[in-house]
Design a protein around this ligand. Structure first.
Ligand code: EPZ
Length: 422
């Protein structure tokens, strides 16, 4: 398994491009299942999770073409789902990537019958899909969960008024996709407002869907008979953007991130400014200049537009070396503090009490060998390694490769002493 060797203590300075958003691309690829015509996506990030999704779609019978563009411009992917001769999602593929559940809604709507493996939990929590099932059932699907698989059947889904018990991003996306081909109007209340939901709705409307309200907590979908092909550019990755802003802020550096913007990152930018950073948003870029030492910032994760749970681990890393004490509250997932014990190995002073972490900034961290456990926890260890004195070895970095395109190249371009070893 690959490892990442980081020699910390260097202020990161320079300019790098941001890739397309993983959490927009994954549902977008599944949207292609809703039509017999080819759909083309540009600016698709070259990530392991994308590769897994394309493998899953291909084994269903989708014709997949993927051309790599020049580095930083992402891949161009064309999907042709005209012949779906095996509309199932097997455990072997789903267990490696929970987002595979996003084929459920499209397959029930397009094919009328499907078998999708339950994703199972992951490091950060149980992550059930009961709301996905509840919504499809309300739309008339017969859904049974047997032997670890979701069996869903519907001659044609019927529009319905849906209410999710909690805000769920992929739940909203699955139900929105299914509703596109339903008979009548569907209203999703308590819908997720994440920008990736809006990006998906934009693509679906370009394919002939009739969706309004995406980005608010009430989404209306007028079902249509069929969708047609389209071309869609994946939006920039706001979490990748936030991650690099944190890495540069922690090291006291200065950066310009291109192919992105400050839009969709207000909560994160507010916290970075409270921590002492100067941030300037441009039309297609964002610039940050860090102070010599950050001030600790407390935060509480919540659904968009509040502070994103996917940025919590990165902020725990910057609080570990900031001036003062921060209170970090995680309200979305039940077990998303695993990075804390690894940060403590690097010398951080963190106390966990349930879903609250008390982080007292220390003058410096000491390099050590640490282990990545999930995607964003791995990112927080990279940030800590960049500021720690001496060498930090991060094991199991396949977690990073799932969600960060060319992470070591991008960090090296900012002057980081980072090396990937087999
Ligand atoms: C999406 O996961 C993202 N993944 C996650 O990013 C992100 O952390 C999460 O949204 C929250 O923003 C993708 O978009 C592919 P949820 P998702 O359904 O949709 C509970 C990353 O690092 N819940 O919004 O799976 C659930 O357990 C990943 O890129 C139910 O109980 O998250 C959680 O506590 C990690 N029943 C909360 O709701 C359900 O049916 C929010 O989950 C659905 C969700």
């Amino acid at each position: 398994m690959d490892k990442l060797l980081i020699s910390g203590g260097v202020a990161l300075v320079g300019e790098i491009p941001v890739s397309g958003a993983k959490n927009a691309a994954l549902p977008l690829l599944c949207a292609a299942l809703l039509t017999r015509e080819p759909v083309t996506f540009t600016h698709v990030p070259h990530l392991n999770d994308i590769g897994t999704m394309l493998k899953l779609l291909a084994q269903m019978g989708v014709k997949v073409t993927r051309e790599a563009e020049k580095l930083g411009a992402g891949d161009t992917v064309t999907l042709d789902a005209s012949a779906l001769d095996n509309p199932v999602a097997p455990y072997e593929l789903v267990k490696t990537m929970r987002a595979a559940i996003l084929v459920l809604g499209p397959l029930v709507a397009r094919v009328g019958e499907t078998k999708v493996s339950l994703p199972g939990g992951c490091a950060i929590g149980a992550r059930p899909v009961d709301q996905h099932i509840k919504g499809l059932t309300a739309m008339g699907a017969e859904v049974a969960v047997e032997h670890g698989y979701v069996h869903a059947r519907a001659s044609r889904l019927k529009g319905a008024r849906l209410f999710t018990d909690m805000v769920t991003v992929t739940g909203t996306e699955n139900l929105m996709m299914a509703a596109c081909l339903a008979d009548g109007e569907t209203v999703i209340e308590n819908a997720a407002r994440e920008p990736e939901v809006v990006d998906l709705a934009t693509c679906l409307n370009a394919m002939g869907a009739r969706i309004s309200g995406a980005g608010s907590d009430v989404i209306r979908i007028q079902g249509v008979e069929f969708l047609h092909g389209a071309t869609h550019r994946v939006m920039p990755d706001r979490i990748e953007t936030g991650t690099y802003l944190c890495a540069v802020a922690a090291t006291g550096g200065e950066v310009r991130l291109t192919g992105t913007s400050s839009a969709y990152l207000d909560a994160v930018i507010d916290k970075l400014m409270d921590a002492g950073c100067a941030i300037v948003g441009e039309r297609d870029a964002i610039r940050l200049k860090a102070p010599p030492r950050l001030t600790a910032v407390s935060l509480r994760t919540a659904p968009y537009p509040a502070f994103p749970t996917d940025m919590q681990a990165q902020f725990m890393a910057i609080n570990a070396v900031a001036e003062g004490t921060a209170v970090v509250r995680e309200t979305i997932f039940e077990n998303r503090f695993m990075h804390a014990v690894e940060l403590i190995r690097l010398g951080a002073d963190i106390k966990i009490d349930g879903n609250t972490a008390f982080v007292s900034g220390v003058a410096r961290l000491e390099g050590a060998t640490v282990m990545a456990t999930d995607l964003r926890a791995s990112a927080s260890l990279v940030i800590a390694g960049l500021v720690a004195q001496g060498e930090t070895v991060i094991e199991r970095i396949y977690h990073l490769d799932r969600g960060y395109e060319g992470l070591d190249q991008k960090l090296a371009a900012l002057g980081a002493r980072v090396q990937r070893v087999k």
